[in-house]
Ligand binder design. Structure first.
Ligand code: UT7
Length: 339
């Protein structure tokens, strides 16, 4: 049987229209400065979704955009993989809500919970499904609504200044043509650092999983309600792991780092990506960013950036492209594709 090569056939993105600048956060009462946020992270603004708008709502236009750019119809999609750390509810997953909103009853809907590397974990699943013949047209979506789950008091500023809302999607298809496709995809995790970036809003080790008052109402203490991050630890590990992953991926594909046309990094911090870029000896135009506009949209950063790059002509067929991410878990991933 001729091998099936999985490739990204289309990209799409949606960001909500409401722009929130660093000054808007200051005006909302957070003790921070535009200079602090810009100099430490590169972030100038982010988008916040409307009340009542969830990740699966934002995913709909992103998926439609990706399906159209792949030259397909929504009905051609036969598998949904939804990467998010901010699903609407504890269960069911956002993939099921998205499937209903797309009008595709019956097709499988899988949620992936791997935070900042969720998109690459989901892409790995899609690649396996397509190349094994289990699915033909897989939509991989990363979508997050962070704005509903951040502490906008000064106490929460180390997190609330960093994240934004949005959705990005790709369509993964199979081809017998070996010249293009996702050539390799490495994933990793180190659970020893699971608590370095976590949100433990409930704890099923205890019964009930959220403490209740005398009337049976759930009470969530502040340290449980909001995400906590050991920023310096995450920063260091992100830099080391992303550099190592890109080097190993190039070696595995028998190419030099200099032969990469684009390195598309997860957008957590411009400084992380600049450091990675400099250590790899890559010029700025090969390591694009959009964190300035959207902040960190976790599982959505890579597909949103891919869609932008493809629309403005920076991402073209035949290019050598690496995708790399690192985040909570710790988890990470690196893919290499000939576009
Ligand atoms: O995608 C998920 C993965 N996440 C990441 O990759 C994030 C990785 N980490 C980082 O990007 C950086 O560690 C941060 C940008 C989060 C923080 O930068 P930092 O240079 O590591 O700052 P810090 O946490 O050590 O804090 C330095 C100071 C502290 O004040 P003191 O204790 O020195 O008085 C913080 O309270 O900066 C203070 N601070 C702020 N000040 C103004 C923390 N957040 C803010 C803020 N505005 N928003």
């Amino acid at each position: 049987m001729t091998p099936i090569h999985a490739y990204i056939a289309g990209t799409g993105a949606y960001v909500p229209p409401r722009i929130v600048t660093n000054q808007d956060l200051i005006d909302a009462g957070i003790d921070t400065t535009d200079a602090w946020i810009r100099s430490r992270t590169g972030i100038e603004a982010r988008r916040f979704a409307a009340d009542g708008e969830g990740p699966s709502d934002m995913a709909v236009p992103a998926v439609r955009d990706a399906v159209e750019s792949a030259g397909l119809q929504i009905e051609d999609i036969d598998f949904i993989i939804f990467a998010t750390l901010s699903p609407e509810h504890a269960f069911p997953g956002s993939g099921c809500y998205l499937q209903a909103k797309l009008g595709l009853p019956g097709i499988p809907a899988l949620d992936v919970r791997n935070q900042c590397s969720g998109f690459l974990y989901a892409l790995g699943c899609a690649r396996g499904l397509v190349s094994s013949g289990m699915a033909r047209n897989v939509v991989v979506v990363g979508a997050e609504k962070h704005s509903a789950a951040m502490d906008f008091s000064t106490e929460g500023r180390a997190i609330s200044c960093l994240f934004g809302d949005g959705a990005g999607a790709v369509v993964v298809r199979g081809s017998e043509d070996p010249r293009r496709g996702i050539r390799s995809l490495r994933l990793g995790a180190d659970g020893r650092f699971a608590d370095a970036l976590a949100q433990k809003v409930w704890d099923t080790r205890n019964s009930p999983f959220i403490p209740t008052d005398a009337d049976g109402r759930g009470i969530v203490e502040k340290d449980m309600l909001w995400a906590r991050m050991d920023g310096k630890r995450v920063f260091r590990s992100a830099v080391e792991t992303m550099i190592g992953s890109v080097v190993s991926t190039c070696r595995e594909n028998e190419i030099e780092v200099a032969e990469l046309d684009l390195l598309v990094c997860h957008q957590a911090n411009l400084r992380i990506n600049e450091y990675v870029r400099d250590q790899l000896g890559m010029p700025p135009e090969k390591v694009p960013s959009n964190i300035e506009k959207y902040a960190n949209t976790t599982a959505a950063t890579i597909p949103i950036l891919l869609a932008e790059l493809e629309r403005d002509g920076r991402l073209k067929p035949g290019m050598n492209v690496a995708l790399v991410a690192f985040g909570s878990g710790f988890t990470w991933g690196c893919a290499f594709a000939v576009w």
